[in-house]
Design a protein around this ligand. Structure first.
Ligand code: UD1
Length: 392
C-alpha cells in the first residue's frame, strides 16, 4: 500500500488537546499507509496558549487552521462546526481523531457523525456527573457519536457501558498525555524557570484556576484567592494565570497578588502571578513543587504520575483514578477547607513516594496502542468506508 492511503484528521483546539495529540501524530507518521493531517480549530490562539505548545510538542504548523477564536460556548461550537464542516466537505478524511472534552472536540465529532466519517475519541468515558460543566456535555455528546473510544482508566468503560455504548467500540489504551509527559520530562527538569523565579526545589506551591464555575463566580474567586494568600504566608505560590482568570481578576479588582515580570526573583512569600507557562516550563515547575492546587483535569493526572501532592479545588472529578491510586485529593470549593487541606498537606510534607506505581497503562506507550487499533480499524472494519471515500 502506498504512503498515506488513509487520511486522518487529528483535531486540536485548546491547549490540553495538544499533549494528547502530539504522541499520536508522531506514531502515525511512522506508518507509511497513514497520512496524518493536523487541524487546529483556533479555539486557543495566543502564542502562550497555542503556538509554544505546537513547537515544544513537535506538532509543527497545522495543515489547517480554522481560526475560530473565542466566543460564547454555543457561538464557538457552531463556528467550529461550520468551518470544520466546510473543510471535510472539501478534503474528506477517512477518520477524524478528537481528544479530551473541549468545545472543539465535540464540534468536530458532531461534524464527523453527520458527514458519516468515522470518529475516534481519545480520553473517552470520563464523567464528573456534573452537567453544569461545559466539558461534561462535551464528553457525553462526543462519546455518543464516536466509533472508536479510547479510555485512560477503568471508570471510563464502566461509564460508557452504563450509557449503552457498544463494548466493541471501547479500548482501554492508557494515557496519551502521559506519553508526552514521559517524553518531555528530562527536558522539563532542565527548564530554567525555577531558577529565574528564584524558588527552591520543594519550596513553593503551584496554583492554576480557570474553570468557569470557579473564576466566573464573583464571590468564589476572591474568597479562594484570599485563602491562597494565607497559604502563601508559608510558601510562595506561583500562579501561571489563564487569560480568562486574569480578565476576571482585573474586573473584580482583586489586589494583593504580585506580578512576576520575568526579570525579578520571587523574593518573598506571597502569590506571584505569571503569564501562562509553556509545556516544558510548567512540567518542570510542577515536578519540583511542594504541592499543586488546581481545578484542571489534566494536572490531576500529571501530578499523579509525578507523585506530587495535588489538591483539586472542585466538588467532583471525572478522573477518579487520580484519587484512588494517585496523589490527588478532591477538596471541594469551600475556601476554609482549602486552607485546612493545604496546611495539612504541607505539614505532612507528603514526600514523593519512592516506589510509586502509576495507574495501569500510564506507561508511555498509549499512542502506540491507539495507532495499532486505528490501523486495524482502517484496514479491516473501516475498509468499506475508505473505499466509499475513494469512489466519491
Ligand atoms: C478551554 C476548555 C477547557 C480546558 C481549557 C484549557 C471548553 C469548554 N473549555 O477553556 O475544558 O480545560 O480550555 O485552557 O472548551 N482566551 C485568550 N487567549 C486564548 C484563548 C482564550 O485570551 O488563546 C480567553 C478569551 O477571553 C476566551 C477565554 O480565554 O473567551 C476562554 O477561552 P475558551 O477557549 O472559551 O475556554 P477556556 O476557559 O480556555
Amino acid at each position: 500500500m502506498g504512503k498515506g492511503n488513509f487520511k486522518i484528521f487529528n483535531v486540536v483546539g485548546a491547549r490540553p488537546n495538544m499533549m494528547k495529540m502530539a504522541p499520536i501524530m508522531a506514531e502515525m507518521r511512522s506508518h507509511s499507509e497513514l497520512n496524518p493531517v493536523l487541524v487546529h480549530t483556533g479555539q486557543h490562539y495566543d502564542f502562550a496558549m497555542s503556538q509554544v505548545f505546537l513547537e515544544q510538542l513537535k506538532l509543527g504548523e497545522p495543515d489547517y487552521n480554522l481560526q475560530v477564536g473565542s466566543g460564547t460556548h454555543h457561538a464557538q461550537t457552531a463556528e467550529v462546526m461550520r468551518r470544520f464542516g466546510e473543510l471535510v466537505q472539501a478534503d474528506r478524511p477517512d477518520l477524524i481523531v478528537v481528544a479530551g472534552d473541549v468545545n472543539s472536540t465535540m464540534a468536530c465529532a458532531l461534524v464527523g457523525a453527520k458527514e458519516l466519517i468515522p470518529v475516534a475519541h481519545v480520553e473517552s468515558g470520563l464523567r464528573s456527573f456534573d452537567r453544569t460543566m461545559p466539558e461534561e456535555i462535551n464528553r457525553v455528546v462526543t462519546d455518543s457519536v464516536s466509533d472508536i473510544l479510547f479510555t485512560t482508566e477503568s471508570s471510563a468503560a464502566e461509564n460508557l457501558l452504563h450509557e449503552g455504548i457498544d463494548p466493541n467500540k471501547i479500548h482501554f489504551v492508557g494515557n496519551a498525555m502521559i506519553d508526552s509527559l514521559i517524553f518531555a520530562l528530562d527536558t522539563a527538569r532542565k527548564s530554567t524557570l525555577r531558577e529565574r523565579l528564584g524558588v527552591q526545589q520543594g519550596g513553593y506551591i503551584v496554583l492554576t484556576l480557570h474553570r468557569p464555575a470557579n473564576v466566573d463566580d464573583p464571590v468564589r474567586l476572591p474568597a479562594a484567592l484570599e485563602a491562597i494568600a494565607k497559604i502563601s504566608e508559608d510558601l510562595p505560590v506561583i500562579f501561571p494565570i489563564h487569560p480568562r482568570t486574569a480578565a476576571r481578576a482585573t474586573e473584580l479588582g482583586i489586589a494583593g497578588m504580585h506580578a512576576w515580570d520575568g526579570t525579578q526573583t520571587v523574593a518573598a512569600n506571597g502569590v506571584w502571578t505569571m503569564p501562562p507557562a509553556s509545556y516544558i516550563d510548567f512540567l518542570g515547575l510542577v515536578d519540583s513543587a511542594a504541592m499543586v492546587v488546581t481545578d484542571s483535569g489534566g494536572i490531576q493526572e500529571e501530578t499523579t504520575y509525578l507523585g506530587v501532592p495535588c489538591l483539586t479545588f472542585r466538588d467532583n472529578t471525572e478522573r477518579p483514578v487520580t484519587v484512588t491510586e494517585g496523589t490527588n485529593r478532591l477538596i471541594g470549593t469551600d475556601p476554609e477547607n482549602l486552607l485546612r487541606e493545604a496546611r495539612l498537606t504541607l505539614s505532612q510534607s507528603l514526600q514523593r513516594a519512592k516506589c510509586y506505581t502509576p495507574p495501569n497503562l500510564w506507561d508511555g506507550h498509549a499512542s502506540e496502542r491507539i495507532v495499532a487499533i486505528i490501523r486495524n480499524y482502517l484496514t479491516t472494519a473501516g475498509l468499506s468506508a475508505s473505499v466509499a471515500t475513494a469512489a466519491r
